[in-house]
Design a protein around this ligand. Structure first.
Ligand SMILES: C[S@@+](CC[C@H](N)C(=O)[O-])C[C@H]1O[C@@H](n2cnc3c(N)ncnc32)[C@H](O)[C@@H]1O
Length: 394
């Protein structure tokens, strides 16, 4: 008799009519903030506030000057109020649905951890110290951040982050869109380095593995590992992977100091990670990448474009999150040169890079291949492109 199939943990998320209506409303509100109000604010800067300062001989020298000027303006205040609330409401709007489903979700995650029918694993130590920069604030306005645990073997934060992120991004809760970043980075590596065949891949700050799972399709046979400091995220991701038939090894660890031996991985990736941690932690994580990569290995991190890569206005726009989205390290991270940070960690400057790549799904396979051949540019970060940095290890 074959192994008993796993219950799909995601299928237990069953919003009532009213909960779904609330979630859809929040998605629409957030889209309004991030598209319409963002454009409205830019028009206000370009058409009125900026020219008035220039006429007075008072044009701002950098993004901080733009921020100081815009903070007084109604366009900025209205945009900020709507964006802040839509962000917080994205996660709040799924809490009731998750709470109702929680006992069942915990049972499914426990079953996955005991049986591992797809061949993956979950390591969550009895005692673990979550860094204060995660545990002491509600990072990007997720109530309970990434690590809060309210009951034994809790998965609630995993579910809240997974489904709240779908509300945030305006996706249907059951649309199985693979991690767009992993799909883009993976296919970029496959086309750019046809001989590169990673045997072991590590995703740092994997959350629940959304941007790790697609590597199973891009590099079949590679062993997949994901680390994060949030235990509920890992339990939830492990249950998702096992139900999907993916052998993924999840482990609760701090990426600043990992327990794998030197040279254990051929590919180390991350997405949306470094802007959420202090600069001294970024330095430690990059040193760990250097230690953990085998010769010929690569690290590729998707991150926000650094300050010098975009205009002063774009910097003002991106750095909003520092003060208003509970991401205090955001602008400090963005002020760094990621290539210099990689070199400081031990990588050879000649093998380090920082640039845009297109989004695989929206750009399309044929145009993506043309990008890799240098025939087409990648779209801007956040508008169909992803900013990536990294290095190969000689
Ligand atoms: C924005 S999320 C990453 C999203 C995820 N990579 C994805 O693409 O779905 C940031 C993650 O970093 C994790 N994190 C923060 N500090 C960490 C550390 N020192 N080591 C490992 N994970 C960390 C958080 O728990 C959280 O899951």
């Amino acid at each position: 008799m074959g192994a008993q199939p796993m219950t799909d943990i995601e299928a237990l998320f069953r919003p009532t009519h009213d909960e779904r209506a609330r979630q859809q409303f929040v998605s629409t509100l957030r889209k309004h903030a991030i598209v319409d109000l963002r454009n409205m604010m830019k028009r206000d800067w370009e058409g009125r506030v900026g020219p008035a300062l220039e006429a007075r001989g008072d044009a701002p020298a950098d993004w901080r000057g733009i921020e100081r000027a815009m903070e007084k303006e109604e366009s900025f205040r209205f945009y900020s109020a709507v964006r802040y609330n839509a962000q917080e409401m994205s996660f709040l709007s799924v809490q009731d649905t998750v709470e109702r489903a929680l006992p069942g979700m915990i049972d499914v995650a426990r079953d996955a951890a005991v049986r591992n029918p797809a061949g993956g694993s979950l390591r969550v130590p009895e005692r673990f110290e979550v860094p204060r920069y995660v545990s002491s604030l509600d990072v990007h306005l997720i109530p309970g951040s990434f690590d809060a645990e309210y009951t034994r073997d809790d998965v609630a934060q995993g579910a809240v982050v997974a489904f709240g992120s779908k509300v945030f991004a305006g996706q249907h809760p059951f649309r199985r869109k693979p991690g767009a970043v992993a799909e883009s980075v993976g296919n970029w590596l496959r086309l750019k380095h046809p001989g590169f065949r990673p045997r072991r891949i590590l995703d740092l700050a994997t959350t629940s593995g959304k941007n790790l799972f697609p590597y199973a399709g891009v590099f079949p046979g590679a062993e997949l590992h994901g680390v994060d400091v949030g235990a509920p995220l890992l339990r939830f991701g492990h249950a998702q992977a096992e139900a999907a038939g993916l052998a993924v090894h999840f482990s609760q660890q701090d990426a600043e100091s990992l327990d794998y031996p030197d040279g254990h991985f051929d590919l180390i990736v991350s997405s949306f990670f470094f802007h959420e941690i202090p600069l001294k932690s970024t330095r430690k994580v990059l040193r760990e990448c250097f230690r953990l990569l085998a010769p010929g290995g690569m690290m590729v991190h998707m991150e926000l474009p650094n300050e010098s890569a975009v205009s002063a206005y774009e910097n003002f726009f991106w750095n909003w999150d520092t003060a208003y989205n509970a991401e205090p390290f955001y602008s400090t991270y963005r002020a760094q040169d990621p290539v210099a940070l990689s070199v400081e960690a031990g990588f050879d400057a000649a093998q380090a890079f920082a640039h845009l790549i297109p989004d695989w799904l929206t750009f399309g396979e044929e145009r993506f291949a043309r990008f890799v051949r240098g025939e087409l540019p990648a779209p801007a970060h956040g508008s169909g492109g992803w900013f990536v940095f990294g290095a190969g290890k000689a």
